[in-house]
Write a protein that binds this ligand. Structure first.
Ligand code: FES
Length: 106
């Protein structure tokens, strides 16, 4: 699956990611700036905050109750398409969308 990220400096990077790997894990492993993933994906830290550009189109599933609750603790401003990157498994539903990394995560 190809996942496209927009870094805080405005450049875009596309990563080839195995299906099921989270958008947080893929970005952290690739060393992308703008994402931390402090809790390792257990929905405890909100340092994997991303804005999913284009999330209204296509068939990306919405966030769970627990994810919505955790999104109250993001460092950067929460917006309608805020998501936790650790709760976004790579799948065709994410292809064509842009995962925008915020300026800050802590
Ligand atoms: Fe901690 Fe996503 S990595 S909430």
């Amino acid at each position: 699956v190809n996942l496209t990220y927009r870094l805080p400096d405005g450049t875009e990077r596309t990563l080839r990611v195995p299906a099921g790997t989270s958008a947080m894990r893929a970005a952290v492993d690739a060393g992308l700036p703008g994402i931390v993933g402090e809790c390792g994906g257990s929905m405890m830290c909100a340092t994997c905050h991303v804005y999913v550009e284009g999330a209204g189109r296509g068939d990306l599933e919405g966030p769970s109750e627990q994810e919505l609750a955790m999104l109250d603790f993001t460092a950067a401003e929460r917006r309608p398409h805020s998501r936790l990157g650790c709760q976004l498994p790579a799948s065709p539903a994410l292809e064509g969308l842009v995962l925008v990394l915020p300026e800050c995560q802590a």
